[in-house]
Design a protein around this ligand. Structure first.
Ligand code: NAP
Length: 197
């Protein structure tokens, strides 16, 4: 299974390390092009390749590690996302105030799902700070918990298998409208670091 990571900042890099160590075929992109990722790819090691964002979108599973305001630009050709499983770790945060953006009644992942209706969006990996996500998920004989939510059960099964394979413990919270809300920045699960024994 090929995983395309869009965004090579703190969260993209943390996930890339785990996915590569678990043996996935990973490509990673940023806004400045593959040449700017030479050092990062060297640091992570074999199993990962720097790519363009267009190439990352060709993967089976896409990990959308970009800031909220960049989402519309990155998903601006919805047909390219048809059938893709999209892992959404984004948080809708206003900077520099560092406050949740008011999205009305919808959750951030529902908004992304509406932008790419043919894709299957699974919200995951957004509640752990990047340094904790990057760390070894096995701690004190437990596995670090990753919350997920989504409207497509098959996509959630795939994402749960990825989470298990990279050493974390998935907890499925249900739909994007309900579970996704609990996961949002400013809501109860944000920054909660749990271990499943
Ligand atoms: N940091 C955390 O602790 C944390 C925790 C949980 C969730 N999150 C969420 O995860 C997401 C990523 O956060 P982060 O801290 O990793 O952000 P970050 O360090 O600022 O990295 C953002 C990445 O997105 C890339 N990017 C920007 N525009 C792009 C485009 N048009 N096409 C492709 N790549 C593009 C940037 O590339 P360039 O550098 O080339 O511009 C950069 O590699 C955010 O939504 C954040 O809210 C973050």
């Amino acid at each position: 299974m090929k995983i395309g990571i869009i965004g090579a900042g703190a969260i993209g890099k943390a996930f890339a390390g785990h996915a590569t160590r678990a043996g996935y075929d990973v490509v990673i992109s940023n806004s400045r092009g593959p040449e700017s990722l030479t050092d990062l790819v060297k640091e992570i090691g074999s199993g990962i390749k720097a790519s363009t964002t267009a190439e990352a979108i060709h993967a089976d599973v896409i990990f959308l590690a970009i800031n909220w305001k960049q989402v519309p630009q990155v998903v601006d050709v919805p047909e390219q996302w048809k059938g893709k499983i999209v892992i959404d770790p984004t948080n809708a945060i206003a900077f520099p105030q560092f406050k949740p953006i008011d999205l009305g009644n919808r959750t951030s992942s529902e908004i992304i799902q509406e932008l790419i209706p043919g894709a299957r969006v699974v919200k995951a990996f957004n509640t752990l700070p990047a340094a904790i996500l990057a760390a070894n998920p096995n701690e004190s004989n437990g596995k670090r918990v990753v919350f997920i939510s989504g409207n497509d059960d098959e996509a959630k099964t795939v994402v749960k298998s990825i989470i298990n394979k990279i050493g974390f413990a998935p907890i499925d919270l249900g739909l994007l409208s309900t579970g996704g809300r609990l996961q949002q920045f400013g809501e109860p699960l944000a920054a909660l670091n749990l271990l499943k024994l």
